[in-house]
Design a protein around this ligand. Structure first.
Ligand code: HPA
Length: 250
């Protein structure tokens, strides 16, 4: 049975349904992760949880030590990762509160440490990244959403932007022209690093706002985002409870 890791994003710094067994602060060759790894059980299944932005939500997206996070989870024995992310919606289907299981990414981030393959190499290493998300995990997330009668969106292109500021309306138009459906700040390099470590990785994105310029010219309301997050993450927790047994036994 595999150990499943959950990387919690904004709005999911802890899992209420996780019976914690212990926490472990680890060090890695790349520095320390965003916080101690939290080990525990959900419905009797072993899970390791890590809050991407730290347990007090203090680490902004461009400062997250993605390499340390992924390395630590692999060292802990995880082989599968479900990443939870709050995103903005660009295209019409990606309404606030929608749960989206993306199938593609475009990386617009810069200046982040984005590979394990850079020093002391005996040969130059490339990974295949044609399909950045693991499809079996994606299907399990979709099936779980269906069981709960959540109208999850199957497939979307995730634009990973640098942040921490939100985008301009013109930037969102550009992302739309590029074929992006949702926008967030943490999808990369996380997904690529998982692939480098041969970890199966999929994301469950919760839309918490219309992206800049997509709400009839209104500015983005941070309090609306927070409301959406609270309601939406409760549904994401429910979805994880259904998905985990399927993932562990797959
Ligand atoms: N843009 C980028 N990241 C985000 C957004 C957004 O509109 N909403 C939540 N994360």
């Amino acid at each position: 049975m595999s150990l499943v890791a959950i990387i919690g994003g904004t709005g999911l710094t802890k899992l209420e349904n996780l019976e914690i067994t212990h926490k472990e602060m680890v060090n890695t060759p790349y520095g320390v992760p965003s916080g101690p790894l939290t080990f525990g059980k959900i419905c009797g299944l072993d899970v390791v949880f890590l809050a991407r932005h730290g347990y007090r939500h203090t680490i902004p997206p461009h400062m997250v030590n993605y390499r340390a996070n992924l390395w630590a989870l692999k060292e802990a024995g995880a082989s599968k990762i479900i990443a939870i992310a709050a995103v903005g919606g660009i295209t019409s289907e990606m309404k606030p509160e929608a749960i989206v299981i993306p199938d593609q990414i475009i990386d617009y981030t810069y200046g982040r440490s984005q590979t394990f393959f850079e020093n002391d190499l005996s040969f130059v290493t490339h990974i295949d990244f044609s399909y950045p998300y693991n499809d079996s995990l994606r299907q399990i997330l979709l099936k779980s959403a269906e069981q709960l009668n959540y109208d999850a969106v199957n497939g979307a292109v995730y634009a990973a932007t640098q942040g921490p500021r939100l985008e301009t309306a013109a930037e969102i138009n550009r992302l739309d022209h590029d074929g992006c459906d949702i926008v967030g700040m943490t999808g990369m390099p996380e997904a690529a690093l998982a692939r480098e470590l041969e970890l199966e990785y999929a994301a469950c994105a919760l839309v918490v706002n219309w992206a800049a310029g997509r709400n009839g010219g209104n500015e983005i309301s941070l309090s609306e985002m927070e409301k959406c997050l609270e309601a939406g993450m409760a549904r994401v927790r429910g979805l994880l409870e259904i998905a985990l047994p399927m993932i562990c036994h797959a």
